[in-house]
Design a protein around this ligand. Structure first.
Ligand code: CA2
Length: 150
């Protein structure tokens, strides 16, 4: 069976491609999902791609990954900078986590420079646009293969 990787997206990412193209580019969230589907096929992994605007729903989805997914790729969006609940859920599931940001949060407003989620992340990719998701899938697949080799 192909290993399952959850790709979770936080609030307002459903607006991608519709507003602020100078910051986030022109790709829509559907385009991001297609990139992830194609990358997952190439890597021979399965993905569960989701987006929510609700913090508690994101927490529940993270909890559901326990015993089901081998890793979590997450763009927590604004919850990166505010949510101890998302951080605690990620710490509780004890899975490899790659945090993705489309924009370079360190070149933006000071309030975006800190991410609570990074404390639970194995690695962070930011500023590389939507290709960050494909890079995260590649890195996560490598980590899963390393674990299976042990
Ligand atoms: O760069 C990223 O991926 C972010 O996680 C995106 C979040 C932002 O709060 C983080 O600081 C960085 C915002 C997602 C909202 O995306 C929109 C896209 C188009 C129009 C409006 C919002």
């Amino acid at each position: 069976m192909r290993p399952l990787i959850a790709v979770l997206n936080g609030p307002n990412l459903n607006m991608l491609g519709l507003r602020q193209p100078a910051v986030y580019g022109r790709a829509t969230l559907d385009d991001v999902e297609q990139v992830c589907i194609q990358t997952a096929e190439r890597l021979d992994v399965a993905i569960d791609f989701r987006q929510t605007n609700i913090e508690g729903e994101l927490v529940s989805w993270i909890q559901e990954c326990r015993g089901r997914a081998r890793g979590i790729i997450i763009n927590p969006a604004a919850y990166s900078h505010t949510s101890i609940a998302v951080l605690d859920a990620l710490l509780a599931v004890d899975l490899p986590v790659v945090e993705v940001h489309i924009s370079n949060i360190h070149r933006r407003e000071a309030f975006r420079h800190h991410s609570y989620v990074s404390q639970a992340a194995t690695g962070v990719i930011c500023g590389l646009g939507v290709r960050g998701y494909a890079l995260a899938l590649q890195a996560m697949t490598d980590m899963i293969m390393d674990e299976d080799d042990r």
